[in-house]
Design a protein around this ligand. Structure first.
Ligand code: NAD
Ligand code: UD1
Length: 338
């Protein structure tokens, strides 16, 4: 089976390409490298001992997409390509709407033309309304997003659901990721954010290695056991395996289905810092600062539907996530650039 992976050079995409190659799938990647490095794909192929096909270009480019679908017999598409920095989406909304919506519109147009209608989309827990009770189920309320990034995920879910309802030949999986962290256990591929990291784990690893002076913990007065924010952190390799399960589901079914990809467990910021220090025997200096605007106290998944229908369940624990994130950071102190 041949899988087209858009955004396959990125953090989650590269780990998913590796799991697909391990699973015996043929992999075709299209990525414009706007937030990634081609070294990631070289390392994926070295780890797998197999090659993949790489097209460098933009998913909004209809001519490129048509060429790919002419040259390759694509059985299923995993659509990761998108911009993902929440703060940046507030200051550059047009760029986010253009990139994140027009990639999906171009892709589905060319898939329709080619008669290839199996699609998996990278959505996010950010589509859930903040007032939901935990754990979040796929039926929990969505909408009321607080930033353009979140709206692009919400709107893309609407677009793909509409396409799927209009033509039952489509098979669409909307995967709502919780908080992916960690890296492949080899330390060869991992998360390589540009500039100052927005997310917690890369900030922790860059602090531990001395690239940042100290971690700022955004608020210790939330209604949580220790006052710091609680999230459902999931190992990126477990997440990647969730995509392989979703491919098998998508090609065997029709219609649209939504799945949470999370562990079902919530950990606080202090849990993360303490576990990281303990597992890796390294210090992470931190200070408590004001809450970050837009943050909520607690967010974690009910992963029961994914286990029941995809036959997939996260297997790695917080110690694995902390150990693998640190191993990647130590082997690649400056990310792929070094
Ligand atoms: P990433 O930035 O590492 O990967 C995205 C990839 O898409 C990059 O390689 C980038 O170069 C590519 N890309 C972006 N726009 C493109 C375009 N127009 N044409 C071609 N390639 C393009 O991000 P990631 O963390 O791997 O996330 C992958 C997907 O999962 C994104 O859609 C993101 O919004 C979604 N997601 C991520 C998280 C997370 O915490 N990382 C959580 C929820 C959802
Ligand atoms: C963020 C995004 C969300 C996106 C998700 C996955 C925001 C508001 N939300 O979620 O839309 O889907 O990433 O990419 O950006 N924290 C600190 N110090 C830091 C960084 C984070 O204390 O330097 C805390 C946060 O307050 C939060 C937790 O750590 O409680 C996790 O933060 P983060 O990794 O940014 O993920 P989310 O906020 O859950």
């Amino acid at each position: 089976m041949r899988i087209l992976v858009t955004g396959g050079a990125g953090y989650i995409g590269s780990h998913t390409c590796l799991e697909l190659l391990h699973g015996g799938y043929d992999v075709v990647v299209v990525d414009n490298l706007c937030n990634s490095n081609p070294v990631a794909l070289e390392r994926v192929q070295a780890l797998a001992g197999k090659s993949l096909t790489f097209y460098q270009g933009d998913v909004r480019d209809l001519a490129l997409l048509r060429r790919i679908f002419q040259e390759q017999e694509i059985d299923c598409v995993i659509h990761f390509a998108g911009l993902k920095a929440v703060g940046e989406s507030v200051s550059q909304p047009w760029r986010y709407y253009d990139n994140n919506l027009n990639t999906t519109l171009a892709l589905t147009k060319v898939m329709e033309e080619a008669g290839r209608k199996n699609l998996i989309f990278s959505s996010s827990a950010t589509v859930y309304t903040a007032s939901n009770t935990m754990p979040l189920q796929e039926t929990s309320q969505t909408g009321g997003c607080t930033n353009p990034y979140g709206w692009t995920k919400f709107m893309t879910e609407q677009i793909l659901s509409g396409i799927s309802h209009a033509d039952p030949a489509w098979s669409v999986c909307l995967l709502r990721y919780f908080n992916p962290i960690g890296a492949h256990e080899s330390g060869q591929i991992g998360e390589d954010p540009r500039g100052i990291p927005n997310n917690l784990m890369p900030y922790i690893t860059q602090t531990a290695i001395g690239r940042r002076e100290r971690l700022s913990i955004f608020g210790d007065d939330y209604d949580t056991p220790d006052g710091t924010g609680v999230r459902d952190y999931i190992h990126v390799v477990d997440l990647a395996k969730g995509h392989v399960a979703a491919v098998n589901y998508t090609v065997a079914h029709q219609g649209v289905e939504v799945f949470n990809l999370g562990t079902g467990k919530g950990y606080s910021v202090l849990d993360m810092v303490n576990t990281f220090q303990q597992v890796n025997q390294v210090s992470v200096p931190y200070q408590i600062v004001a809450r970050r605007p837009g943050d909520i106290a607690t967010c974690y998944a009910d992963p029961e539907k994914s286990e029941r229908m995809l036959g997939w369940k996260a297997e790695k624990d917080l110690a694995d996530m902390c150990r693998d994130a640190w191993n990647w950071q130590c082997k690649n102190p400056q990310g792929y650039q070094a």
